[in-house]
Design a protein around this ligand. Structure first.
Ligand SMILES: *Cc1c(COP(=O)(O)O)cnc(C)c1O
Length: 362
């Protein structure tokens, strides 16, 4: 038999979320982040549904080519930038823009004789991943202004480390205001649009929106704010991850189920065996008790999640039969809930869906 597992992508939810984020940041331009294959939803599907965005953000040049191939004409920002003349040539050919985050890129832009490209200057305001340190910003900016490889205005950007913590008095909550101050000081008096906010900043730090917002997860209906699903912000899940029961079995009290005999039946009971496992991207570390929906009603994972299968507690679901639908996450079961149970974040789950899962556009 064919595996009954599907990931259904809801274009209407993507469009709804885009509009909802625009409402939260009126007058700002919106770059839709579609890196990691549109957070696992499919790059082309996501980019088409988000076609009303002002720009797209991708991790690599190949992704920019895929967006151009579906006929979208917006600016595309390549987050990883470039590190050789051939990359610059590809950026020009795709009319893509690039992040500049280290000094060797300034040298390349000064030395190139090809047509100039548009750049975003990345400033490390405290996350300490990519970007120029505040004291290097003025020099980098001046070199970009003078470089023959640079076209037009330079966008000044930074990225937040802890914007999902909204309480400005908690230890992590202090980091966003500190990053805002560091960014403002480093860029004071420099011309150009500002871009700071990821999804969580758009949702929780409206003062940090700048000229260009850069939401990713929220466009797909997901939140990384602890204890709050995207739905609590008026967002709709863009993915339903669903399979079917392959079998319904009875086990006796005391029988142990699955690998390592990790779960013991506390009474005579029915268990469901669903066609999904870590080979599909369902988290192996989802513990007993993680919710799933069988026929739309909440049930829970029991035993170890295996490669192709998982087992489900069907007490209270006497009518469940082989072939019945099992939702792993979607509208009525936020992926954030599953992620929290499995000790991960929603983005990692949608990005982790594997190639054998059939994608359906709805
Ligand atoms: C991924 C990313 C974003 C979007 O982050 P979300 O939490 O998904 O909104 C914004 N900016 C940069 C530079 C990123 O890498």
């Amino acid at each position: 038999m064919a595996r009954p597992i599907t990931a259904t992508i809801h274009a209407d939810a993507l469009r709804h979320n885009l509009a909802a984020l625009r409402d939260r940041a009126p007058g700002r331009r919106l770059m839709a982040m579609v890196k990691a294959d549109g957070y696992g939803h499919g790059l082309e599907t996501a980019a088409r549904a988000l076609g009303a965005a002002d720009a797209f953000g991708v991790a690599a040049i190949e992704d920019a080519a895929r967006i151009r191939a579906v006929g979208l004409e917006q600016p595309i920002l390549v987050l990883s930038g470039f590190d050789n003349p051939d990359d610059l040539e590809q950026l020009r050919a795709l009319r893509a823009e690039a992040i500049v985050h280290h000094a060797a890129q300034l040298d390349l832009l000064e030395q190139t004789d090809g047509a100039p490209i548009r750049v975003w200057l990345k400033i490390d305001s405290g996350m300490h991943r990519l970007g120029f340190a505040p004291e290097q910003v003025r020099d980098a900016y001046a070199r970009l202004r003078a470089a023959r490889g640079v076209d037009g205005e330079i966008v000044l950007m930074t990225h937040f480390a802890s914007s999902d913590e909204f309480d400005a008095h908690s230890p992590n909550g202090r980091q966003t205001p500190a990053q805002l101050r560091a960014f403002a000081a480093a860029t004071e008096g420099l011309d150009g649009p500002r871009s700071l906010a990821n999804s969580a900043a758009v949702l929780g730090w409206p003062q940090a929106c700048g000229d260009w917002i850069r939401p990713g997860g929220a466009l797909y209906g997901m939140s990384v704010v602890s204890g709050r699903s995207g739905a609590t912000f008026g967002l709709r899940p863009a993915m339903t991850f669903e399979t079917r029961l392959l079998a319904v079995n009875r086990v006796a009290k005391g029988e142990r189920i699955g690998y390592s005999a990790a779960w013991e039946a506390p009474e005579d009971m029915a268990i469901g065996v669903a066609a999904v496992g870590y080979g599909d991207g369902y988290p192996r570390l989802a513990p007993a008790g993680t919710p799933v929906l069988v026929n739309g009603r909440t049930a829970s994972v029991i035993g170890r999640v295996s490669m192709d299968l998982m087992t489900i507690d069907l007490r209270g679901q006497a009518d469940a039969r082989a072939g019945d639908p099992v939702v792993l996450w979607g509208d009525a079961l936020p992926v954030e809930t599953v992620a929290e149970a499995a000790g991960t974040i929603s983005y990692a789950l949608t990005c982790g869906i594997t190639r054998r899962v059939r994608f359906v556009n709805a």
